[in-house]
Design a protein around this ligand. Structure first.
Ligand SMILES: Cc1cc2nc3c(=O)[nH]c(=O)nc-3n(C[C@H](O)[C@H](O)[C@H](O)COP(=O)(O)OP(=O)(O)OC[C@H]3O[C@@H](n4cnc5c(N)ncnc54)[C@H](O)[C@@H]3O)c2cc1C
Length: 501
């Protein structure tokens, strides 16, 4: 074997997954068809849950240093408030995808990830013991292959995974250009009879221009040119604002498709390889990073023999519905963006509804992914949700929940003050069966109630079992007797049977 896992694609999803796998102790090889990084700016930001995920690994500071927190975000170009978001990071962070990839790659190299450039996946064969991945004239072999190779994923096609969905109904052009005749820093979604345009100064002197036109659908392989962008802007705005010096030009659409199955045997899909959609609200990169964080610890546990292969099926069952919901909200945003008097009226009505706190909160929950909840087989209100990043006190000092997740290990948090005082108890006795696999931490919470998106206040739990991706696998309420067999079942379900069982 050349690696436990081969990852196709060194985009944000592939890099994040590689890091998660390394933290779980797997040997990882990333194969990337490009000769080197292109520096294409692409996505423009990250939402609260992605910022939390990076914080869970202790690397968020690197991103905050160069990113720019935004006071507002948007739903189909209609402003959405984020400052009441129930997170330590209640804002979208403006940061270019090129910077995100550079920082993730630096972290990957620190963790010992191997990246092979100029290595394009051209064939995939799986058998009982592994996968052979053809890279032109040579091949590598691994126990698993994960296709993180973008919307046109070769891995998805080679594994014969269907990609059903809805076709493009419009054409959008995007470019990083200079606009010497534009007198504003920010032109936000100006609508015309056939589409809309916007221009945002991402960096001094540089604008990101986006034009969306609904009276034509470009062919998938049609070339994208600077002249097309200029002409499109003239059609929509009546001027090109002196557009010059294109740094990057690309095209996208509102096509929305999702892989029918995220796993077929030893081949898995993540990020754009598993789902494509209209980039409204800035969710694609975020969802790819979160796919990676869901899959990484599971695949890591399987290849290092700590969990049964069946754990991998929860990757599809948990992440496919999340992808479905994102496609759904981007289709809604695409419908809200169409030109015409009827849509103008709809936007007006929808915009006024968005002034209602509860509506704002619901949309914010969707875009930030803070309301994602997995089915984990427990009815505690925190079960399946991302753990709130509460401040805790331990014998070793003050710590936040996210800090306890830096090593990406399962965490059993005993928050019962009495248990901490009395020393040995039943939680410690159960945890002993998973010693070396699950970190038991005794702590007290500063708050009696924890703020949870969608639910508001939830009483602080007595015991909490947290997966390495930051989702609660099991929780015990403080006012109920501790269900020790249920705790044992949850530990075995998520982290494999106790070695001595
Ligand atoms: C205009 C625009 C704005 C956007 N804004 C946002 C935003 O603000 N927020 C957000 O979350 N998302 C945004 N997105 C979406 C985001 O860019 C993508 O979702 C993100 O790039 C997906 O990352 P990925 O790693 O899954 O795939 P990619 O970034 O596509 O990476 C795939 C990698 O695989 C490589 N590859 C391809 N084929 C092969 C092969 N056969 N063998 C080996 N390697 C291969 C590619 O070279 C590439 O490096 C935006 C997208 C667009 C178009």
């Amino acid at each position: 074997m050349d690696a436990d896992v081969v990852i196709a694609g060194a985009g944000p999803t592939g890099l994040m997954l590689a890091c998660e796998l390394r933290l779980a102790g797997a040997d990882v090889l990333v194969v990337e068809r490009l000769e080197e990084r292109t520096g294409e700016s692409r996505a423009g930001g990250m939402h609260s849950r992605t910022l939390e995920v990076l914080d869970q690994r202790g690397i968020l500071d690197r991103f905050l240093k160069i990113g720019d927190p935004q006071p507002v975000g948007h739903f189909s170009g209609l402003y959405l408030e984020f400052d009441e978001t129930e997170s330590r990071y209640p804002y979208p962070l403006m940061i270019l995808q090129s910077d995100i990839e550079r920082l993730l790659e630096e972290w990957a190299v620190e963790l010992g990830v191997r990246i092979q450039w100029s290595a394009e996946v051209s064939g995939v064969r799986q058998d009982e013991s592994g996968v052979t991945v053809e890279l032109g004239t040579r091949a590598v072999r691994a126990r698993y292959l994960v296709g993180c190779d973008g919307g046109r994923s070769a891995v998805r096609k080679l594994a014969s995974v269907d990609f059903p969905g809805t076709p493009a109904t419009m054409t959008a052009l995007i470019g990083d250009v200079e606009l010497p005749e534009l007198r504003e820093d920010y032109v936000w979604v100006r609508r015309s009879a056939t589409g809309d345009y916007s221009a945002i100064a991402f960096e001094p002197g540089w604008y990101r221009v986006i034009t969306s036109e609904y009276d034509r659908v470009a062919g998938r392989d049609e070339p994208v040119t600077f002249e097309q962008l200029r002409e499109s802007l003239i059609r929509l705005a009546g001027t090109d604002f002196g557009m010059r010096a294109p740094r990057w030009i690309s095209r996208f659409s509102d096509a929305a498709r999702q892989a029918a199955c995220y796993r077929t045997g030893r081949v898995l899909l993540a990020g754009d390889a598993a789902h494509i959609h209209f980039p409204a609200g800035g969710q694609g990169l975020n969802m790819g990073v979160q796919d990676a964080v869901n899959l990484g610890w599971k695949l890591g546990a399987v290849v290092t023999g700590r969990a049964p292969e069946s754990l991998l099926d929860t990757y599809h069952s948990e992440r496919h519905p999340v992808g479905e919901r994102v496609l759904h909200n981007t289709r809604a945003q695409s419908a809200l963006a169409r030109p015409g008097a009827q849509t103008d009226a709809l936007r007006d009505v929808f915009g006024s509804l968005m002034e209602i706190d509860e509506v704002n909160r619901r949309l914010r929950g969707m875009l930030t992914a803070l309301t994602v909840r997995y089915e984990v087989g427990s009815d505690h209100p925190l079960a399946g949700r991302r753990v709130p990043d509460e401040d805790l006190t331990t014998d070793a000092g003050d710590v936040s929940v996210h800090q306890l997740l830096h090593a990406a290990r399962p965490l059993l948090l005993d928050l019962r003050a009495a248990a901490a005082a009395s020393g040995g108890d039943e939680v410690a006795a159960v945890a002993g069966g998973w010693a070396g696999r699950v970190d038991l931490v005794r702590a007290t919470s500063a708050e009696d109630f924890w703020m949870v998106p969608e639910l508001d206040e939830v009483p602080a739990p007595a015991v909490l079992l947290v997966r390495p991706d930051g989702h609660v696998a099991w929780a015990a309420a403080a006012d109920e007797p501790l269900d020790v067999p249920a705790l044992r079942t949850a530990l075995a379900t998520w982290f494999g049977p106790a070695p001595r069982d």
